[in-house]
Each structure stands twice: as C-alpha cells, then as structure tokens.
Design a protein around this ligand. Sequence first.
Ligand SMILES: Nc1ncnc2c1ncn2[C@@H]1O[C@H](COP(=O)(O)OP(=O)(O)O)[C@@H](O)[C@H]1O
Ligand SMILES: Cc1cn([C@H]2C[C@H](O)[C@@H](COP(=O)(O)O)O2)c(=O)[nH]c1=O
Ligand SMILES: [Zn+2]
Length: 194
Amino acid sequence: MLFSEDRLVRKDASYGSIEVICGSMFSGKTEELIRRMRRAQLAKLGIEIFKPALDTRYQQEAIISHDSNRIPSTSVESSSAILLLSSGTKVVGIDEAQFFDEELPDVCNQLANTGIRVIVAGLDMDFKGRPFGPVPALMAIAEHVTKVHAVCVRCGAPANYSYRIVEEEKRLLLGQKESYEPRCRACFYQGKKI
Ligand SMILES: Nc1ncnc2c1ncn2[C@@H]1O[C@H](COP(=O)(O)OP(=O)(O)O)[C@@H](O)[C@H]1O
Ligand SMILES: Cc1cn([C@H]2C[C@H](O)[C@@H](COP(=O)(O)O)O2)c(=O)[nH]c1=O
Ligand SMILES: [Zn+2]
C-alpha cells in the first residue's frame, strides 16, 4: 500500500513530523522519497533535499534512483549543515541517511519541532545485516516508518538484505549491481555460508 499523506493531518501546525523510508538496496527508497517530495512541490510547499557529500556515485546536485528518476538536491558534509540550510522550508528530504553522522536524529527532531515535515530515506542494514549508522535511531523517533522491499535476485521473494558480491570487508563501499544484490533472508544467509 502506498504511503498516504492523508495520515499527516495535524492538530498543532507548529510541530512537523519525521517519516523514514528504509529497506535494502534496489527496494525503491529513492523513488518513494522523490514521489513524496514531488507531491509536496505540487502542493506549492517549499522543499529542500539533502544527501551526504561522500556519496559520489551520481551527480552532486541531484538524487537519482536506479531507474534514473531524479530530483535536484544539495550535498552536505555533515547533518548540522541541514539545519543551517533548511530555514523557510516546509518539507525536508534526506537521502542515503546511513552515511550521515550520529547527530542526524537530533537534527531531524529539531527540524520537526519547528514545523517541518522531514522525510528520510536510507539503508537500515549494511552488507553484513547489521543496523546501519543513524537509521535505526531515526526509525525509533519517527512518526511513520515505511519499509520497502526489493525482489530477491536468487528466488524472487521480497528482499530486505543487500548482499555484497565483491571481496571487500570495509563497511563503506559505494556501488550498484556490480557490487551488491538484493536478497531475501534465506538467500542472504545461505550465500554467507558458501
Ligand atoms: N532486484 C530488484 N528488485 C527491485 N527493484 C529493482 C531490482 N533491480 C533493479 N531494480 C530497480 O530499482 C528501482 C528502485 O530504485 P531506487 O529507488 O533507486 O532504490 P533504492 O534507493 O532503494 O536503492 C526499481 O524501481 C527497479 O526498477
Ligand atoms: C549495503 C551497503 C551499501 N553501501 C553503499 C552502496 C551504495 O552506494 C549505497 C546504497 O545505495 P542505495 O541508494 O540504497 O541503492 O550504500 C555501503 O557502503 N555499505 C554497505 O554495507
Ligand atoms: Zn531469495
């Protein structure tokens, strides 16, 4: 079921809210973020979208989905910059949240407490199936959490893991299909044993 903005009706407009879109790679996080941000634009609300500067996969000034869907964004070095750049904005979008520092939940709370709707997309687990960066903490403080699923490339079941298919142990490894496969639980853990 699609996330519906109808759930966002608020009694106190001086407070905003936090939404988290999480899941594995290829699960549609960026597309869902773009969809929600475009609807906010259509409603003529001021929007800003941020991503971490270290994500150099695509252009610095846009977030781009695996299907080449895109929307302009600003790259920032740290979560504190988001606070500085969000004044006068009604809806703030943040992509690749897993790469931000541990201050991101506090930054999102501060934005939401000044009336901003904050929509955050990111990986909930790394390639080892461990909680990733500030995303689990954001899920805890969010009003709405949407977990999206890719299709397991091995068996076609819903996939919630990002399986790394190249030999690299460090956590940060930017990449797409040449380095990762979305897999279901069974295919992820069977793959790990081989
Ligand atoms: N195995 C897969 N399962 C689901 N979507 C896939 C898969 N492989 C490629 N895709 C494509 O990826 C798109 C989602 O891309 P994107 O929103 O960038 O995902 P995410 O941000 O979660 O990595 C899908 O609409 C689909 O076209
Ligand atoms: C699992 C995992 C992923 N990454 C990197 C790989 C990609 O550059 C991004 C995820 O992008 P997407 O929009 O969700 O497809 O994260 C990583 O560095 N480490 C990992 O464990
Ligand atoms: Zn599978």
